[in-house]
Write a protein of this length. Structure first.
Lengths: 181, 294
């Protein structure tokens, strides 16, 4: 290391903010309220200025652990402090995958949303399998939902916590739209 | 020895480490029992079945309860940073942990500091964290499905949920996605891509493709990717070369699925029951040079 090396700003490591997301709010007062709620719940968050790519909302945003988006959004919804928009820090213009893939297995129907798949038996509308994903709430969601009917099973939105849970919620909503009156 | 690190879907399950065995379709570790459904218990069960067939001794498990809140995972990450570096594992497989780049880096640093020559395998949440950290090249084997491959290939994506448009594309794009994952240094030494067709690749491209026997219903079943990773880990631990182990594993997993005659409602334990028979058939075929087509 040269003598002045330590004076140079440290290069940010590639993954330093890859797992962080940004909550965008309409008004600063909402940011402050959300900050208080999330900090009181023990989340590691910080209030900062918005990146230039974000064109909506006020002059402050909240940075949060993106993987736990579903849990954080639910926490904010409970106190009426839902964000206007949620984006990844690494690339604020990225949008959640919103395409569905439907597969008909004759007696069964499978809906895939992003990396998650939900399968029901057509005759009974029982959830028979859940697959895909890599966050720890996936095995938990499968444990709680498989074997129950689509109308009786808890929704991923209620009991899931992560982005995989969020993706499963989209598959669940699409399945419900297709199968339930 | 092979170590397997992951979570079980029970928030009350304490951080538990110890040798793992399979009894009555349940994982046993330090007097505790875990039902085998999907996730890390399915990976462990497949590895144990493979190990038994190969005459290997028991594997070591690092398990904690986590239902997606991340607290269990973070406790386990912390434990690993303090204890994994002193271990003498030949192979470590990381699985369903809450993706956390900071904790991932601390664990990897602890391993690299003291454990040399250890083969590192990652799948599920830990693989997500490995990619996000920019340290993917430190691993020997990732086992993504097609959607996860798209995530590895998208240098900006923080999670498969935010992967740019190509996540639902057909498998024709697999060679491009593999190439892109290596170009951006978001791939391990070998990639075993799970799907309708399974692909083994390295930085030079696709080395082998396996597409039979094919059971369409396996796509809907939870845990079939976990069993594949478990079989591969145990075969690698037996001393088999990574590339060979990956191919034998994908063939055995497919054959076990074929013998289970699954429907989309079949649970993964049915496939796990058939792993020893499938493996024996494939390994025997290699000895006699006989090829089996299904």
């Amino acid at each position: 290391m040269s003598f002045f090396e330590f004076l140079k700003p440290k290069k940010k490591s590639q993954g330093s903010d890859q797992d962080r997301g940004i909550l965008v709010f309409e008004h600063t007062s909402e940011v402050i309220r959300a900050e208080n709620v999330l900090k009181a719940s023990g989340w590691k968050i910080r209030v900062m200025g918005p990146p230039p790519e974000i064109q909506s909302g006020c002059d402050l945003v909240i940075e949060f652990p993106l993987i736990e988006e579903l849990n954080i959004v639910r926490t904010l919804q409970k106190v009426g402090a839902s964000p206007l928009e949620i984006v990844p820090v690494s690339s604020p213009l990225l949008q959640p995958v919103d395409l569905f893939q439907i597969k008909d297995f004759d007696q069964y129907l499978m809906v895939r949303a992003a990396n998650m798949k939900l399968t029901v038996e057509k005759k009974t509308l029982n959830i028979v399998n859940i697959s895909g994903g890599g966050c720890p709430d996936v095995p938990y969601l499968a444990q709680e939902m498989v074997g129950k009917s689509l109308s009786e099973a808890p929704s991923p939105k209620e009991i899931g916590h992560t982005l995989c849970g969020y993706a499963l919620q989209l598959a669940y909503e699409e399945m419900t739209r297709r199968c339930l009156p | 020895m092979l170590a397997i690190v992951g979570t079980v879907p029970d928030q009350k399950f304490p951080l538990t480490t110890g040798k793992v065995c399979l009894k009555d379709d349940e994982i046993c570790i330090k007097g505790k029992r875990v039902h085998v459904n999907r996730g890390t218990p399915a990976l462990l069960a497949a590895a144990v079945k493979t190990g038994e067939m190969l005459g290997q001794s028991e594997f070591f498990g690092y398990l904690v309860g986590d239902i997606g809140l991340g607290e269990g995972s973070r406790n386990l990450y912390e434990y690993l940073t303090k204890n994994l570096g002193q271990s003498k594992y030949s192979t470590i497989t990381f699985h369903y942990l809450q993706p956390d780049v900071d904790w991932h880096n601390r664990v990897l640093f602890a391993i690299k500091e003291t454990v040399k020559q250890t083969i590192l395998i990652a799948d599920a949440g830990f693989m997500y964290a490995a990619k996000m950290s920019g340290q993917a090249a430190s691993y020997d084997l990732f086992t993504p499905d097609i959607g996860e491959l798209a995530f590895l290939a998208d240098e900006t994506a923080p999670h498969p949920f935010y992967t740019r448009g190509f996540i639902l594309q057909d498998e024709k794009r697999v060679p491009d996605l593999i190439k892109r994952a290596y170009v951006h240094k978001n791939a391990s030494r070998f990639l075993l891509v799970k799907g309708k067709k399974d692909y083994l690749a390295d930085r030079d491209g696709i080395k082998t493709m396996v597409d039979s026997p094919a059971c369409e219903a396996m796509e809907a079943m939870g845990g079939t990717g976990d069993t594949l990773t478990g079989i591969a880990a145990a075969l690698i631990e037996s001393g088999m070369e990574i590339s060979k182990a990956a191919i034998v594993a994908t063939r055995a997993n497919r054959l076990a699925g074929y013998y289970a005659q699954p429907t989309p409602a079949t649970q993964v334990i049915e496939i796990i029951h058939h792993i020893p028979g499938a493996l024996e058939e494939i390994l025997q075929e290699k000895v006699t040079g006989k090829a089996t087509t299904k």
